[in-house]
Design a protein around this ligand. Sequence first.
Ligand SMILES: [Zn+2]
Length: 68
Amino acid sequence: MSRTHTTERTLYCACCGRPFHRANRRGPAPLYCSAECRGQIRVRARVWRARSAAGRGHRHTTPDVRRA
Ligand SMILES: [Zn+2]
């Protein structure tokens, strides 16, 4: 998806994909329509990490990001 416009009209939840309107226009645009979805993503990310970490032969190598 290339819907990265941060218009303050309609946002799409990164969790359930539902369009929603942000409550306040100040601050960073929310990614989720509700706190529940935010929690869902958190849990999912955790699971995904655990899976990828314990994946079959797939080693999660942390990129060494150095700023010279
Ligand atoms: Zn949602």
